[in-house]
Design a protein around this ligand. Structure first.
Ligand SMILES: Nc1ncnc2c1ncn2[C@@H]1O[C@H](COP(=O)(O)OP(=O)(O)OP(=O)(O)O)[C@@H](O)[C@H]1O
Ligand SMILES: [Mg+2]
Length: 255
């Protein structure tokens, strides 16, 4: 079974950036295929990874529903489920040693629940064939109750160096207990730290019983990559944020 890493945290704290760099860490330092799952309906992970998206689960589902409604023929007498399995396989984008599955969103005013259920089912199913699964989630906490996977080995809660960010982290931490989610280990990362800031917040979080895995500095290199629209995955290895994150992942002793 795959080792599942999921990201959570307040909006704009650096979940997607951290997911992209975690994936790079795994590819450079561990063996075995990595499945990246973009479970944010506003898909961004592909850009951070520098990968083009040609299909999303949300889209696929719409297409399948259309085809059922239209009484369309299924190739080779496949059941709807088999056809969907096949299509999901086709939707996985393979690039740079990473396979990427994008949830996307249903067209029109549809509910995200269906796409979400499908993502969970396939993340669980695909976990059998990958060594690592990294799930980038949308901001906030709703995804926790909707659950993008049944089991998470490492939940990385990302905060910015603000009281609000750390408070959100606390709420997530509490919700994991309340919902009795199957999360083996959870840590807090305080991202975009300048100088000594963040140290007090880290102490506060520790007092709340949250393990702080480390602080990641504000990185001008990320800013420049953003400005030029370059994928963060290509950040040079001496970038301060990446050095800090790689140090943190090493200390976490991922299997
Ligand atoms: N260490 C850092 N230094 C400088 N900029 C950073 C750093 N980490 C992230 N950023 C920038 O902060 C912004 C938000 O990052 P990111 O998109 O990863 O956050 P997010 O938590 O995934 O956001 P959302 O909640 O919208 O999904 C981006 O412009 C990103 O490039
Ligand atoms: Mg994001």
């Amino acid at each position: 079974m795959a080792y599942v890493i999921a990201l959570a945290g307040k909006g704009g704290t650096g979940k997607t950036s951290t997911a992209a760099l975690a994936i790079r860490y795994l590819i450079e330092n561990r063996q075995g295929p990595v499945l990246a799952v973009d479970a944010d309906s506003n898909a961004c992970l592909n850009e951070a990874l520098g990968v083009k998206v040609h299909a999303t689960i949300g889209q696929l589902r719409e297409d399948s529903l259309e085809s059922i409604r239209g009484g369309g023929e299924r190739p080779g007498g496949m059941s709807m489920e088999q056809l969907f399995d096949y299509q999901v396989q086709q939707a996985i984008i393979e690039s740079r040693g990473i396979d990427l599955l994008v949830m996307g969103r249903p067209e029109g005013p549809g509910c995200y629940c269906a796409a979400n259920n499908i993502i969970r089912k396939y993340t669980d199913k695909l976990s059998e064939t990958y060594r690592y699964v990294v799930i980038d989630n949308e901001a906030g906490m709703e995804h926790l109750s909707r659950r993008t996977t049944h089991k998470v080995d490492l939940l990385v809660i990302v905060s910015d160096p603000t009281a609000k960010g750390v408070l959100t982290a606390k709420r997530i931490h509490e919700l994991v207990d309340e919902l009795r989610l199957d999360v083996d280990k959870r840590v807090l990362l305080i991202n975009r730290v300048i100088g000594e800031e963040g140290l007090d917040l880290a102490k506060t979080a520790e007092k709340w019983g949250i393990t702080v895995a480390g602080l990641v500095p504000q990185d001008d290199m990320i800013f420049r990559f953003d400005l030029e629209g370059k994928p963060l995955f290509e950040l040079p290895s001496d970038a301060v944020s990446m050095k800090a994150l790689f140090g943190i992942f090493t200390a976490l002793q991922l299997p």
